[in-house]
Design a protein. Structure first.
Length: 256
């Protein structure tokens, strides 16, 4: 029996070793993919190499990846790095990370949650575009810019708190988040661009500071009402509502 087990291990172990894939994706960054666990790990330091669309070393098996681990020391991710990793369900990001680039996790349709570490300062355009299963996301206070369409078509996202320090809500950032019901916007925001919350069918309240603000109809709310401590922007399907009343509802402070 022991002899049979030894022979079996001699057959299996080389197969497992062959299944592992590895290489470099930056001057000081290495990647390893373990087929048995469908885990992609990036380790090292500094920025990841910038690749053109779907030219990453793991492109041929990106649809198989289920777990992504980016280890401490890595500071940025290439655009489109994990775009269309349709079976990705778990992502671990390091505290050293500063930049999430454009379309990094777009169309990761199985991803349900992600914790962006404090230290990230920028979330690129379309970074989480089409992550239709994403129900929660933590945006830390360190984030200063969120690119256009960053969370567009995140159809399962329910609520969002935009951190203080963000000054602009860019075009289509949360558009087509059809289950989004509430958004909190900080004092630091001075501009809401066109279509920022377009087609958010269930959006019932948006809390913004009392000192605010002018909101253009193109931001896709139909009425603004004032509460004692916050301006609560309530979406009301009322075609008869005058668009001019929107601009007059609160003090002139925010560009659109």
């Amino acid at each position: 029996m022991k002899k049979q087990l030894t022979l079996l291990l001699l057959v299996i172990l080389p197969m497992v070793a062959q299944a592992d894939k590895k290489g470099k994706c930056g001057d000081d960054i290495r990647w390893t993919y373990v087929t048995a666990t469908r885990t992609l790990t990036l380790s090292g330091s500094g920025p990841m190499k910038q690749y053109s669309f779907h030219k990453e070393p793991w492109n041929s098996f990106r649809g198989d990846i289920q777990t992504l681990i980016i280890e401490e020391g890595i500071t940025s991710i290439s655009s489109y790095a994990f775009d269309r990793c349709g079976n990705l369900t778990s992502v671990t990001l390091p505290k050293s990370l500063k930049i999430i680039s454009s379309k990094d996790f777009s169309m990761c349709s199985s991803l349900t949650s992600i914790n962006i570490p404090n230290g990230v300062t920028s979330i690129g355009s379309g970074a989480f575009f089409g992550c239709k299963s994403l129900t929660s996301i933590t945006i830390p206070k360190s984030v200063k810019t969120i690119g256009s369409s960053a969370f567009c078509y995140c159809e399962s996202l329910v609520s969002v708190v935009i951190p203080s320090g963000v000054t602009k809500i860019e075009k289509s950032v949360f558009s087509n988040c059809k289950n989004l019901t509430s958004v909190s916007i900080p004092y630091s925001v001075t501009m809401i661009e066109e279509g920022a919350f377009a087609a958010c069918e269930k959006l019932s309240s948006v809390n913004v500071p009392n000192q605010w603000a002018t909101i253009d109809p193109k931001a896709t709310w139909d009425r603004i009402s004032k509460s004692s401590s916050n301006t609560v922007i309530t979406r009301i399907d009322d075609a008869a509502e005058s668009k001019s009343s929107i601009a007059q509802a609160v003090p002139q402070a925010v560009e659109v």
